[in-house]
Each structure stands twice: as structure tokens, then as C-alpha cells.
Design a protein around this ligand. Sequence first.
Ligand SMILES: Nc1ncnc2c1ncn2[C@@H]1O[C@H](COP(=O)(O)OP(=O)(O)OP(=O)(O)O)[C@@H](O)[C@H]1O
Ligand SMILES: [Mg+2]
Length: 277
Amino acid sequence: MSDAPAVPPTPPRIYALANQKGGVGKTTTAINLATALAAVGQKVLLIDLDPQGNASTGLGVGAAERKTGTYEALLGLAPLAEAIVETRIPHLFVAPANVNLAGAELELIDIERREFRLKDALDASDARARWDVILIDCPPSLGLLTLNALVAADAVLAPLQCEFFALEGIGHLVRTVDRIKRGLNPGLHIAGIILTMMDRRNNLAVQVEKDVRAHFGEVAFGTTIPRNVRISEAPSHGLPVLVYDKDCSGSQAYILLAGELLRRRRLGIPASERAAQ
Ligand SMILES: Nc1ncnc2c1ncn2[C@@H]1O[C@H](COP(=O)(O)OP(=O)(O)OP(=O)(O)O)[C@@H](O)[C@H]1O
Ligand SMILES: [Mg+2]
């Protein structure tokens, strides 16, 4: 008998990139993990659920291509399929955010099945059958937009910046996921914590990494994303860093992260993945 974990019957397909803390690398990770997965032949859809629209901009999707976006899909004004545009990266598609999305948190309040709007839109467009991986970029809050992402998703990927208060922030997300798991989405779990903007010369960052690994064990990805200026330059060119400078340390880290995610899906890591099935 081998000790290898049982392979989950259906590995997660829809991941929400969530952390209510702002500026921790959700969008950067969504763009570059999506690109790295597309580069190995996965058919990937990135759903931009942040009114800031940074994922759409960072993938070079201009205003003309955003007339129909995630707002229209959530409000039921257009099918999600109509919002989806091709990016210049083969196999990578995006459902962009347009300015209308800024009003959605309020407008959704009075709408029927307000927490299920994204799930319903994905189901209606047969998204699970059409894409190998779907990444949802969430805004920095735990409002109705993020709630829609957490209800639609199979699992959460939580980028975490190694700084003071990072653990408290993630604790809040863990409690939110538990609450949703008990009610709106029983299969939801945290598939991974991704340490971003890591600077190993910084003692505090190294200590926070140790604490995260001690507390979360295999839930934390082994791959860490280093602080790398090329990563922050790439979005202003409308390009993932993997295209902007594929050899820089940031690109190499996202390639490793994509490989680790695929391996974890295959093996059913973390264990909560197996329990969630
Ligand atoms: N590894 C990195 N190295 C250097 N800069 C980075 C790295 N990751 C992200 N950044 C920069 O940090 C800033 C915040 O990143 P990002 O927009 O991905 O965070 P976010 O969590 O999506 O923010 P928000 O909560 O506002 O949506 C951006 O300017 C981005 O370019
Ligand atoms: Mg963002």
C-alpha cells in the first residue's frame, strides 16, 4: 500500500483569488498564474470581479472590449459568454470588468439570488465544461462581489503579503470561508495560500513566512513569489510579466506556482481538498 493521498475525483476547477486586504497580489497572481497555466495548454478563463478592472487592464483589454463585462453578466443583462474576450495569450480568455461594476455592490442587494448571480451565470454558460481552470479576481473587501466569487468557486487561493497583521487578515478570510461552507457553498475550502512580494532580506517577512507555514502547513504553497520590479512594470504595458520578461525571477516563480498548483490538483493537496469532495 502506498501512502500517496487518494486523488480527488474532481479537482477544483473554479478558484477565487481572495483576500480582503488590499494590495497583496491578488490581481498580479490572477494574471500571471492564468498566463502560466495557459502556457502549458490549459484553457483558462480569468473573471475580473473587481471594479478597479486591474486584471482586464493588465491583460491589455481596452475599453472598447469591455462594453459587456462581468457587471452585465451578474445583473442578468447579458450572458457571461457574451462578455468573454480573447487575450493575446493563446488559451487565455477574460471576462472583463467595466465601470458599471462599481455600482454592483449596491445594486445586487435587492436582486433575487444575490449571492448566486455569478454561479448562475457560470452554470448557464456551461463554463465548467468549456474551461480547464477559471480564476476569479476579487476586490479587496468581503462584500457581495467577493461573496459571489466564493459561492461560485470550488476553492480559494489566498495571496498573502509577508508583513505585520498578515495573519490576522487571513484569519478573517478563513472565518468567512467557514461561514460560507456551512451555508451557501458546502464544498468551499482554501486550496492554497500564496506568499507574495517576498523579500528574504527582510527579517519580519521571513518570520511571517515561518508563522504562516507553522500555522497552515501544506495549505501554504511551497513556491513563494519574490518582490520583483519587472512584475510591477508589466501591467502598464498591458502584458503579463511572463510575456514582458519571461526570464525575470517573478516570471520564473509564477511558472513554478502553476506547476505546483497542477501537481496539487492531481494529488489532492491540501487534505481539505479531499475532504471537500
Ligand atoms: N511580486 C511582486 N513584486 C513587486 N511588485 C508587486 C508584486 N506583486 C504585486 N506587485 C505590485 O503591488 C501592487 C499590488 O498588487 P496587486 O494589484 O496584484 O494586489 P491586489 O491584491 O490585487 O490589490 P487590490 O486589493 O487593490 O485589488 C501592484 O502595483 C503590483 O504591481
Ligand atoms: Mg486587485
